[in-house]
Design a protein around this ligand. Structure first.
Ligand code: F6R
Length: 369
């Protein structure tokens, strides 16, 4: 049942091309129009939405952070992301023009469920992005957009995360289409780029051996840091969470720009730092800023492990290791740049002899508040 892999987590990492493909399947037509009939919220109501709040916990909340960048860029609708367990306790401002998007693999996370209930009581429209058919959160929401990752067995989430991001992109594109804004002419291009992602994930999977070797060599590290900007920031957070969960290794993700406001004091000789770099073909200043962050930590003795786009030569001189991923627009990059971080965590945890599928103290679905 593990399909020849050493763990469910390894299998699920390798299921990711299919998870993204299946989540995209049947949700647009040849002319590049989104068809999300399953949403079942009156399009006229959706057009009135003036604020989006994404609610989730853990990895799903990082998918929400990625969603914020995409939705705000494409739809120009102010979008907040909040941990579900924080949301209810601060008297949030929610009304009938608020769209609450919950993200949950299991559909049973109690914190997320309670937050969705609360939002609904306040009159918000609620959409659930969920991987489990008929689970509680979609049943209690106005609408559901299922991710088609297939059952996720390993406690640490991998393929569900990529499928959540994919579904959130589809929702963002659909809202842009409904509103017919300036961006809507480009939806077709984004869909074309999305459709190429599964094959590109496969390329990342097929070229991971040097990364695995690096992970094995790092099994005695005491702390690993992850830096990213823009959509690379949630990827950095996810990379750190995976290491904590399954390798019991201290790890932290930072927004790279935050370095000089404190965390750079942590850097000394030999400190491993992963840096997630945006496409050099995107907004120029963004790429240049991240390259200078690599330089800053390197100058203080860090071992820099850089995840960058194929062809990005600028990162080489400051990187001890470069892991290249195929070209894709920056907004879609998390679907590629996350994968090496998952592989790194799984390989390092198994090198330490841990059961990567059943980490200590954790349950697959957290059904208590
Ligand atoms: C991380 C992980 C958790 C879950 C979180 C939400 O690997 O598995 O952080 O992402 O507990 O779970 P769901 O998505 O089921 O609501």
């Amino acid at each position: 049942e593990k399909g020849g892999f050493s763990s469910f987590m390894e299998k699920e990492i390798h299921d990711q091309p299919a998870a993204v493909h299946d989540t995209l399947l049947g949700r647009s037509d040849e002319s590049g129009r989104l068809i999300l009939d399953e949403l079942r919220i009156d399009p006229a109501e959706l057009k009135k939405v003036d604020k989006i709040i994404v609610l989730a916990c853990g990895t799903a909340a990082y998918a929400g952070l990625v969603a914020k960048y995409a939705i705000e860029n494409w739809c120009r609708i102010p979008t907040e992301v909040e941990l579900a367990h924080e949301f209810r306790y601060r008297d949030p401002i929610v009304d009938s023009n608020t769209l609450v998007v919950s993200i949950s693999q299991s559909g049973e996370t109690m914190d997320t469920l309670m937050a969705v209930r609360y939002a609904r009581e306040q009159g918000a429209k609620t959409v659930s992005i969920c991987n489990t058919n008929g689970s509680t959160i979609p049943r209690e929401s106005d609408a559901v957009l299922y991710t088609h990752a297939g059952p996720e067995i390993a406690v640490a989430s991998t393929k569900a995360f990529l499928a959540q991001i994919t579904a959130a992109y589809l929702l963002g594109l659909y809202l842009a289409q409904l509103r017919g804004n300036i961006f809507s002419g480009q939806i077709k291009d984004v869909l074309a780029d999305l459709n190429k992602i599964p094959e590109k994930i496969q390329t990342v999977l097929d070229s991971a051996e040097p990364l695995r070797e690096l992970a094995r060599s790092m099994k005695d590290e005491k702390s690993v840091l992850f830096l990213g900007r823009h959509v690379g920031y949630p990827v950095a957070l996810e990379g750190a969470l995976k290491l904590k969960e399954i390798a019991y290794l201290h790890a932290e993700g930072f927004a790279a720009g935050e370095l000089k406001h404190g965390p750079i004091a942590l850097i000394d000789e030999g400190q491993p730092v992963f840096v997630v770099v945006p496409s050099p073909r995107g907004r120029d200043s963004l790429h240049a800023k991240v390259v200078s962050n690599i330089q800053e930590v390197r100058a203080r003795g860090a071992r820099t492990i850089v995840i960058a786009e194929e062809g990005d030569e600028a990162v080489r001189q400051y990187a001890e290791h470069v892991i290249y991923v195929p070209e894709t627009p920056t907004l879609l990059m998390p679907l590629l740049t996350t994968v090496p971080l998952q592989i790194f965590a799984a390989e390092l945890a198994s090198a330490k002899g841990y059961d990567v599928d059943q980490p200590r103290n954790l349950a697959k679905s957290v059904t208590v508040e």
